[in-house]
Design a protein around this ligand. Sequence first.
Ligand code: CXF
Ligand code: ZN
Length: 367
Amino acid sequence: MQTQAAVLNQPNGPFAIETIDVGEPQAGEVRVAIKAVGVCHTDLVIASGALGLQFPAVLGHEGAGIVDAVGPGVTSVKPGDKVLLTFNSCGQCRHCHNDHPAYCDGFFPLNMTATRTDGSTRLHRGEAAVADNFFGQSSFAELAIANERNVLKVDDDADLVALAPLGCGVQTGAGAVIRSLNAKAGETLVVLGGGAVGLSAVLGGKIAGCGTIIVIEPQDTRRKLALELGASHVIDPAAGDAVEAVRAILPAGADMVVDTSGYQPIVESAVNMIGNLGRLGLIGVPGSLDAVLPVPIMQWLTIGGTVRGIVEGDSDPKVFLPELIAHHKAGRLPIEKFSKTYRLADINQAIDDAHHGKCIKAVLTID
Ligand code: CXF
Ligand code: ZN
């Protein structure tokens, strides 16, 4: 079969809308007619080629759509079902067995572009293979091949455009607070960065009943939105020392700090925002694989501090995504307040707008 896809032919794009070939779903696979797909910062980091992406490639990992066909052995979804797509995992390793698929032993091969184990690829352009299987989906396309483990059936009346970002950015931010850091009612939270993941962390904090929620974000429009979504305080890091500003609000330091910026100087400052028994969660992908976080040993030892790396908010998608859908239905997860829709064909404009602060979460739509 053929499909239109946003194909990346060289580092940093542009993405080209091209007609490519997509195969039949094989054992355990699910072919999905994509109706909406969010753009996540990780797509853009991978698109830079710095981590070794082969070209041409199809990225996209917040897909949502309607099952078009299923391969042998698939039982949990059927053609016509509405589904959300999320990250992939093996289902066999001990972390998958312990409900921690985000730390699956096979996470990287299963979520970065890769051929099937028999060497075949799901996408082709003429005779040439197209790098696919990004987060087990490559959903910047009208048709995507996912796997039974990374699709979740949703209700027939589910709003796929609204819910698509749950598959990565929203579950990452909300899950970081609710699941990874196990936020308790009344605890205090500092969120570094007011993008889609940071704002989702704020919403996760509200859901968990956090008291003080402080967002540190340089863009004025994002600070305003953070307040609208439930932050109690916002700090402009350009206005002065962010650690002092946090300590002015929380003299004993914060119970939780979540970094979504990946910006080394900011993460380093977070070390001094933490109070006794505080937890620092690292979500933001740094610009370099060499980025390090120096932790002052004596200070950290005496406060009993924890530093946690976080992937996908420790989500177990088959459990956590339905919870998030219920929060969305109840108005506690108003993702639409920070999403903006574009046509798939306008993907380059969407990315340009994101780079220029004109949109927070771009969601690409397909009829
Ligand atoms: C990624 C960030 C880098 C580690 C794997 C998960 N998050 C999704 O965009
Ligand atoms: Zn992502």
